[in-house]
Design a protein around this ligand. Sequence first.
Ligand SMILES: *Cc1c(COP(=O)(O)O)cnc(C)c1O
Length: 331
Amino acid sequence: MIDLRSDTLTRPTESMRAAMAGADVGDDVYGEDPTVARLEERVAELLGHEAALFMPTGSMSNVLAVRSVVQPGQEVLCDSSAHIARAELGAHGAYSGVTMRTWTHPRGHVDLDAVRGLFAPDMGPFFVRTAAISVENTHNFAGGTVLPLQLLRDLKELATGLGAAVHLDGARLWNAHVATGTPLAEYGATADVLSVCLSKGLGAPVGSLLVGSADTVAEARIWRKRMGGGMRQVGILAAAGLHALDHHVERLADDHAHARLLAEACGVDPATVETNIVVVQRPDAAAFVERATAAGVRVATVGPTTVRMVTHLDVTRADAERAAAVLSELS
Ligand SMILES: *Cc1c(COP(=O)(O)O)cnc(C)c1O
């Protein structure tokens, strides 16, 4: 079975497991885990921010990142298929009292005119005020699309002028970095607070980081504990992340090439596939998934007429070629 349902399905490699087994650890709630500290420093530096905080999941990281810039009763603007709007089960409302309004862009880009139109300034205690704008790079449900750097810079300038913060959901920012060659810090400079995942294409079993100013991270550390996310000898997981940063970033280019193979097989223009996700619109999405699975290729629906396939560390070139052959038979 070739499993293309998600890039979260990867299992740690032998050498990643060895790095985990050998990790130096301590109680991270006491701030005494040296491996976690190394990971946090390294990721903060890569993204050009003061500090970072190791988080159990990308969802918790997004929730604490957004709440660091949006108070209860204020709102964040985002794309209508953003992970924060569609896949975090209302956490921003349930835990933080944050509401959302959305724009829609077919490639998940930020629509600056829509932001200008939606933006609500502080008009006193009668209206919800826009405190932040959130973007996702790469954009998951839009098909792993990369947000152009200039657009992100323009958004940062617009938001700063409006007195709003920018949150970046960079679960797959590594893929954008490898696909475009844009240094991570250039992306980092376009956001006040961001989140990156180690558990997607990088192949770590667990882990994300919230990245921002020292003050933001200090406050997020308190909220993480409050929400039950204070972890102890978690250097064992941070070691997997450090190993992934050393060995699994540049190879994302292979995943991107494999995704283009799959796109071609499904009748999607490979030029529109920028990273490791292929989204195919099919009226018979559920039946297509069933037939693909029966033929040995697992793909998933992410909407009634939308099939998603994702390449990753556990999909070899030979797997991708075999999956492409199977999928082109079905298309
Ligand atoms: C996976 C993902 C997250 C975080 O997901 P968790 O499963 O909570 O780690 C956040 N944003 C995007 C775009 C994602 O794809």
